[in-house]
Write a protein that binds this ligand. Sequence first.
Ligand code: AMP
Length: 328
Amino acid sequence: MEYTIATIGSHSALNILNGAKEEGFKTLLVCEKERRFYERFNIADEIIYLENLKDIGNEDLQEKLLEKNVIMIPHGSYISYLSLDFLENEFEVPIFGNKFLFRWESDRDLEREWLKNSGIRIPKIFENENIDREVIVKLHGAKGGKGYFFAKNKKDIVEKIGKRENYQIQEYIKGVAMYFHFFYSPLEKDNILMSIDRRYESNVDFLGRMPQGFEIEPSYVVVGNFPIVIRESLLEKVFDIGDKVMKYSKKIHEKGLIGPYCLETIVTDEPEIITFEISARIVAGTNPFIPYTPYSYIKYGKKMSMGRRIAVEIKNVIKEERLEDVIT
Ligand code: AMP
Protein backbone atom coordinates (compact mmCIF):
# COMPACT_ATOMS: atom_id res chain seq x y z
CA MET A 1 0.00 0.00 0.00
CA GLU A 2 1.28 3.46 -0.83
CA TYR A 3 1.08 6.15 1.84
CA THR A 4 1.02 9.93 1.58
CA ILE A 5 2.54 12.15 4.24
CA ALA A 6 0.45 15.23 4.84
CA THR A 7 0.31 18.22 7.12
CA ILE A 8 -1.34 21.60 7.57
CA GLY A 9 0.31 24.59 5.86
CA SER A 10 1.88 26.36 8.82
CA HIS A 11 4.53 26.07 11.59
CA SER A 12 6.97 23.37 10.38
CA ALA A 13 5.27 22.18 7.20
CA LEU A 14 8.33 22.87 5.02
CA ASN A 15 10.48 20.79 7.38
CA ILE A 16 7.96 17.91 7.50
CA LEU A 17 7.23 17.70 3.78
CA ASN A 18 10.86 18.13 2.78
CA GLY A 19 11.78 15.18 5.01
CA ALA A 20 8.94 13.09 3.59
CA LYS A 21 10.08 13.79 0.03
CA GLU A 22 13.66 12.89 0.88
CA GLU A 23 12.39 9.48 1.97
CA GLY A 24 10.39 9.04 -1.22
CA PHE A 25 6.87 9.61 0.13
CA LYS A 26 4.10 11.37 -1.75
CA THR A 27 3.27 14.63 0.00
CA LEU A 28 0.11 16.61 0.51
CA LEU A 29 -0.50 19.98 2.12
CA VAL A 30 -3.82 21.19 3.51
CA CYS A 31 -3.71 24.93 3.56
CA GLU A 32 -5.74 28.11 4.03
CA LYS A 33 -6.48 29.58 0.63
CA GLU A 34 -4.62 32.82 1.35
CA ARG A 35 -1.31 31.02 1.91
CA ARG A 36 0.17 30.64 -1.51
CA PHE A 37 3.87 30.74 -0.66
CA TYR A 38 4.15 26.95 -0.28
CA GLU A 39 3.75 26.63 -4.05
CA ARG A 40 7.06 28.45 -4.43
CA PHE A 41 8.94 25.67 -2.62
CA ASN A 42 7.75 22.69 -4.67
CA ILE A 43 7.31 20.73 -1.52
CA ALA A 44 3.86 19.26 -1.92
CA ASP A 45 2.71 16.91 -4.68
CA GLU A 46 -0.79 18.17 -3.97
CA ILE A 47 -2.21 21.16 -2.12
CA ILE A 48 -5.79 21.24 -0.89
CA TYR A 49 -6.90 24.81 -0.21
CA LEU A 50 -9.53 25.47 2.46
CA GLU A 51 -11.54 28.59 3.33
CA ASN A 52 -10.72 27.94 6.98
CA LEU A 53 -8.48 25.34 8.62
CA LYS A 54 -11.44 24.18 10.69
CA ASP A 55 -12.93 22.80 7.46
CA ILE A 56 -10.48 19.93 7.81
CA GLY A 57 -13.25 18.36 9.89
CA ASN A 58 -15.58 18.09 6.86
CA GLU A 59 -16.56 14.48 6.31
CA ASP A 60 -15.87 14.69 2.56
CA LEU A 61 -12.37 15.91 3.12
CA GLN A 62 -11.63 13.32 5.78
CA GLU A 63 -12.87 10.63 3.42
CA LYS A 64 -10.63 11.94 0.68
CA LEU A 65 -7.62 11.88 3.01
CA LEU A 66 -8.44 8.34 4.13
CA GLU A 67 -8.73 7.19 0.51
CA LYS A 68 -5.26 8.54 -0.18
CA ASN A 69 -3.79 6.61 2.78
CA VAL A 70 -2.73 9.83 4.39
CA ILE A 71 -0.67 9.96 7.56
CA MET A 72 -0.93 13.44 9.08
CA ILE A 73 2.04 14.92 10.92
CA PRO A 74 0.80 17.19 13.71
CA HIS A 75 2.50 20.43 14.73
CA GLY A 76 1.74 23.46 16.90
CA SER A 77 -0.96 24.83 14.61
CA TYR A 78 -3.11 21.70 15.01
CA ILE A 79 -3.42 22.52 18.67
CA SER A 80 -3.95 26.26 18.10
CA TYR A 81 -6.56 25.99 15.35
CA LEU A 82 -8.39 22.69 15.93
CA SER A 83 -10.18 21.69 19.10
CA LEU A 84 -8.74 18.92 21.26
CA ASP A 85 -12.15 17.20 21.41
CA PHE A 86 -12.28 17.20 17.64
CA LEU A 87 -8.76 15.79 17.29
CA GLU A 88 -9.35 13.11 19.92
CA ASN A 89 -12.84 12.01 18.94
CA GLU A 90 -13.79 13.07 15.43
CA PHE A 91 -10.66 13.24 13.32
CA GLU A 92 -10.33 9.80 11.79
CA VAL A 93 -7.25 10.33 9.68
CA PRO A 94 -4.21 8.62 11.28
CA ILE A 95 -1.96 11.05 13.11
CA PHE A 96 1.73 10.25 13.58
CA GLY A 97 2.47 10.67 17.28
CA ASN A 98 0.25 10.52 20.32
CA LYS A 99 -2.61 13.02 19.93
CA PHE A 100 -3.92 12.14 23.40
CA LEU A 101 -0.95 13.95 24.92
CA PHE A 102 -1.88 17.25 23.26
CA ARG A 103 -4.38 17.92 26.05
CA TRP A 104 -1.54 17.50 28.53
CA GLU A 105 0.67 20.06 26.84
CA SER A 106 -2.21 22.55 26.42
CA ASP A 107 -3.47 22.60 29.99
CA ARG A 108 -1.03 24.20 32.45
CA ASP A 109 -2.19 22.04 35.36
CA LEU A 110 -1.93 18.75 33.47
CA GLU A 111 1.40 19.81 32.01
CA ARG A 112 2.72 20.53 35.48
CA GLU A 113 1.44 17.16 36.74
CA TRP A 114 3.32 15.41 33.93
CA LEU A 115 6.58 17.27 34.53
CA LYS A 116 6.38 17.04 38.30
CA ASN A 117 5.58 13.32 38.37
CA SER A 118 8.47 12.69 35.99
CA GLY A 119 10.76 13.65 38.87
CA ILE A 120 12.58 16.50 37.14
CA ARG A 121 13.25 20.05 38.33
CA ILE A 122 10.46 22.50 37.52
CA PRO A 123 9.79 26.10 38.64
CA LYS A 124 8.06 26.47 41.98
CA ILE A 125 4.36 27.30 41.67
CA PHE A 126 2.86 29.70 44.20
CA GLU A 127 -0.70 29.10 45.30
CA ASN A 128 -1.69 30.70 48.58
CA GLU A 129 1.70 30.96 50.17
CA ASN A 130 3.66 34.18 50.55
CA ILE A 131 5.52 35.25 47.41
CA ASP A 132 9.14 35.69 48.43
CA ARG A 133 10.90 36.04 45.07
CA GLU A 134 10.46 37.26 41.50
CA VAL A 135 7.64 35.48 39.70
CA ILE A 136 6.19 35.24 36.21
CA VAL A 137 2.39 35.25 36.14
CA LYS A 138 0.89 33.29 33.25
CA LEU A 139 -2.76 33.74 32.37
CA HIS A 140 -4.40 30.44 31.43
CA GLY A 141 -5.05 30.30 27.74
CA ALA A 142 -2.39 32.98 27.17
CA LYS A 143 -1.35 32.48 23.59
CA GLY A 144 1.32 33.62 21.26
CA GLY A 145 3.72 34.93 23.88
CA LYS A 146 1.41 37.59 25.33
CA GLY A 147 -0.39 37.52 28.66
CA TYR A 148 2.65 37.22 30.95
CA PHE A 149 3.29 39.56 33.85
CA PHE A 150 6.15 39.92 36.29
CA ALA A 151 5.84 40.59 39.97
CA LYS A 152 7.69 40.47 43.26
CA ASN A 153 4.74 40.14 45.64
CA LYS A 154 0.98 39.64 45.82
CA LYS A 155 0.27 43.38 45.71
CA ASP A 156 2.14 43.69 42.40
CA ILE A 157 0.03 40.90 40.96
CA VAL A 158 -3.27 42.43 42.02
CA GLU A 159 -2.19 45.78 40.54
CA LYS A 160 -1.22 44.21 37.23
CA ILE A 161 -4.00 41.71 36.59
CA GLY A 162 -6.86 42.94 38.77
CA LYS A 163 -9.43 40.37 39.77
CA ARG A 164 -8.76 37.84 37.01
CA GLU A 165 -8.64 34.39 38.49
CA ASN A 166 -7.33 32.13 35.86
CA TYR A 167 -3.56 32.35 36.14
CA GLN A 168 -0.53 30.48 37.36
CA ILE A 169 2.24 32.09 39.41
CA GLN A 170 5.64 30.58 38.61
CA GLU A 171 8.99 31.30 40.18
CA TYR A 172 10.98 33.33 37.64
CA ILE A 173 14.07 31.24 36.88
CA LYS A 174 17.19 33.29 36.25
CA GLY A 175 19.07 31.79 33.35
CA VAL A 176 18.95 31.33 29.60
CA ALA A 177 16.23 29.50 27.72
CA MET A 178 17.07 26.32 25.81
CA TYR A 179 14.57 24.14 23.97
CA PHE A 180 15.57 20.49 23.60
CA HIS A 181 14.18 18.61 20.62
CA PHE A 182 13.85 14.89 21.20
CA PHE A 183 12.60 12.06 19.02
CA TYR A 184 11.39 8.86 20.63
CA SER A 185 11.43 5.86 18.32
CA PRO A 186 9.07 3.12 19.51
CA LEU A 187 10.61 0.79 16.92
CA GLU A 188 14.18 1.24 18.12
CA LYS A 189 13.22 2.05 21.71
CA ASP A 190 15.64 4.96 21.43
CA ASN A 191 15.17 8.44 22.92
CA ILE A 192 17.18 10.64 20.59
CA LEU A 193 18.31 14.23 21.17
CA MET A 194 18.10 15.77 17.71
CA SER A 195 18.78 19.46 18.31
CA ILE A 196 18.46 22.49 20.59
CA ASP A 197 17.20 25.96 19.81
CA ARG A 198 16.68 29.32 21.34
CA ARG A 199 13.77 31.44 20.29
CA TYR A 200 14.00 34.94 18.87
CA GLU A 201 11.17 36.71 20.69
CA SER A 202 9.70 40.13 20.10
CA ASN A 203 9.84 42.31 22.00
CA VAL A 204 11.87 40.77 24.83
CA ASP A 205 14.93 40.22 22.62
CA PHE A 206 14.94 43.86 21.72
CA LEU A 207 14.77 45.26 25.25
CA GLY A 208 18.55 45.33 25.68
CA ARG A 209 18.77 47.62 22.65
CA MET A 210 15.92 49.86 23.73
CA PRO A 211 16.69 53.60 23.89
CA GLN A 212 16.97 54.80 27.48
CA GLY A 213 13.83 56.15 29.05
CA PHE A 214 11.38 53.93 27.14
CA GLU A 215 9.16 51.71 29.27
CA ILE A 216 7.75 48.58 27.68
CA GLU A 217 6.24 45.43 29.20
CA PRO A 218 8.05 42.44 27.75
CA SER A 219 6.19 40.13 25.38
CA TYR A 220 7.43 36.79 24.05
CA VAL A 221 6.09 36.54 20.53
CA VAL A 222 8.25 33.99 18.71
CA VAL A 223 9.36 35.39 15.35
CA GLY A 224 12.33 33.11 14.64
CA ASN A 225 14.69 30.51 16.07
CA PHE A 226 18.45 30.15 16.54
CA PRO A 227 20.37 26.85 16.68
CA ILE A 228 22.28 26.08 19.89
CA VAL A 229 24.65 23.38 21.06
CA ILE A 230 24.84 22.85 24.80
CA ARG A 231 27.99 22.68 26.89
CA GLU A 232 28.87 19.01 26.44
CA SER A 233 29.13 18.16 30.14
CA LEU A 234 25.45 19.06 30.53
CA LEU A 235 24.27 16.43 28.06
CA GLU A 236 23.99 13.74 30.77
CA LYS A 237 21.40 15.91 32.53
CA VAL A 238 19.57 16.60 29.28
CA PHE A 239 19.16 12.89 28.51
CA ASP A 240 18.16 12.18 32.09
CA ILE A 241 15.33 14.74 31.85
CA GLY A 242 14.23 13.44 28.44
CA ASP A 243 14.21 9.82 29.62
CA LYS A 244 12.19 10.63 32.74
CA VAL A 245 9.56 12.62 30.86
CA MET A 246 9.31 9.93 28.19
CA LYS A 247 8.95 7.17 30.80
CA TYR A 248 6.16 8.99 32.64
CA SER A 249 4.27 9.64 29.38
CA LYS A 250 3.41 5.92 29.28
CA LYS A 251 1.52 6.37 32.54
CA ILE A 252 -0.58 9.09 30.94
CA HIS A 253 -1.39 7.07 27.83
CA GLU A 254 -0.34 3.50 27.06
CA LYS A 255 1.43 4.49 23.86
CA GLY A 256 3.33 7.32 25.58
CA LEU A 257 5.36 9.81 23.56
CA ILE A 258 5.87 8.88 19.93
CA GLY A 259 8.27 10.71 17.62
CA PRO A 260 9.18 14.37 18.16
CA TYR A 261 8.69 16.27 21.40
CA CYS A 262 10.33 19.26 23.03
CA LEU A 263 11.37 20.22 26.54
CA GLU A 264 11.37 23.94 27.19
CA THR A 265 13.88 24.83 29.84
CA ILE A 266 15.89 27.52 31.55
CA VAL A 267 19.56 26.72 32.18
CA THR A 268 20.92 28.50 35.24
CA ASP A 269 24.47 29.33 36.30
CA GLU A 270 24.58 26.44 38.84
CA PRO A 271 24.37 25.07 36.10
CA GLU A 272 20.99 23.37 36.44
CA ILE A 273 18.24 22.70 33.92
CA ILE A 274 14.74 23.66 34.98
CA THR A 275 11.92 22.52 32.69
CA PHE A 276 8.90 24.80 32.45
CA GLU A 277 7.00 23.37 29.48
CA ILE A 278 6.66 20.41 27.17
CA SER A 279 5.41 20.08 23.60
CA ALA A 280 4.31 16.59 22.60
CA ARG A 281 4.98 17.00 18.86
CA ILE A 282 7.41 18.68 16.49
CA VAL A 283 8.31 22.28 17.39
CA ALA A 284 9.25 25.07 14.98
CA GLY A 285 12.64 25.26 16.73
CA THR A 286 13.66 22.24 14.60
CA ASN A 287 13.28 24.31 11.41
CA PRO A 288 16.82 25.77 11.34
CA PHE A 289 18.17 22.21 11.22
CA ILE A 290 17.44 21.30 7.61
CA PRO A 291 19.29 19.26 6.33
CA TYR A 292 20.90 18.12 9.58
CA THR A 293 21.77 19.03 13.14
CA PRO A 294 25.11 18.63 14.89
CA TYR A 295 23.72 15.80 17.01
CA SER A 296 21.86 14.02 14.21
CA TYR A 297 24.92 14.18 11.98
CA ILE A 298 27.05 12.61 14.70
CA LYS A 299 24.46 9.89 15.31
CA TYR A 300 23.48 9.04 11.74
CA GLY A 301 26.49 10.22 9.71
CA LYS A 302 24.18 11.70 7.09
CA LYS A 303 21.60 14.39 6.58
CA MET A 304 18.82 13.90 9.13
CA SER A 305 16.41 16.72 9.87
CA MET A 306 13.42 16.25 12.18
CA GLY A 307 11.13 16.08 9.14
CA ARG A 308 13.25 13.33 7.64
CA ARG A 309 13.53 11.44 10.94
CA ILE A 310 9.73 11.29 11.10
CA ALA A 311 9.58 9.92 7.55
CA VAL A 312 12.29 7.35 8.31
CA GLU A 313 10.30 6.07 11.29
CA ILE A 314 7.14 5.80 9.21
CA LYS A 315 9.01 3.95 6.47
CA ASN A 316 10.51 1.52 8.98
CA VAL A 317 7.25 0.76 10.79
CA ILE A 318 5.51 0.17 7.45
CA LYS A 319 8.26 -2.32 6.53
CA GLU A 320 7.85 -4.07 9.88
CA GLU A 321 4.03 -3.91 9.67
CA ARG A 322 3.93 -1.95 12.91
CA LEU A 323 2.28 1.28 11.73
CA GLU A 324 -0.23 0.98 14.59
CA ASP A 325 2.61 1.57 17.09
CA VAL A 326 3.24 5.12 15.89
CA ILE A 327 -0.20 6.50 15.04
CA THR A 328 -3.22 7.52 17.08
P1 AMP B 1 6.35 30.22 27.04
O1 AMP B 1 5.39 30.98 26.16
O2 AMP B 1 5.70 29.57 28.20
O3 AMP B 1 7.23 29.31 26.24
O4 AMP B 1 7.29 31.29 27.72
C1 AMP B 1 7.69 32.45 27.06
C2 AMP B 1 9.01 32.92 27.60
O5 AMP B 1 8.92 33.14 28.99
C3 AMP B 1 10.14 31.94 27.35
O6 AMP B 1 11.01 32.50 26.42
C4 AMP B 1 10.86 31.82 28.66
O7 AMP B 1 12.16 32.30 28.52
C5 AMP B 1 10.11 32.70 29.62
N1 AMP B 1 9.70 31.93 30.80
C6 AMP B 1 8.59 31.16 30.91
N2 AMP B 1 8.50 30.62 32.15
C7 AMP B 1 9.58 31.08 32.83
C8 AMP B 1 10.05 30.90 34.16
N3 AMP B 1 9.40 30.15 35.04
N4 AMP B 1 11.19 31.54 34.52
C9 AMP B 1 11.86 32.32 33.62
N5 AMP B 1 11.46 32.54 32.37
C10 AMP B 1 10.33 31.93 31.96
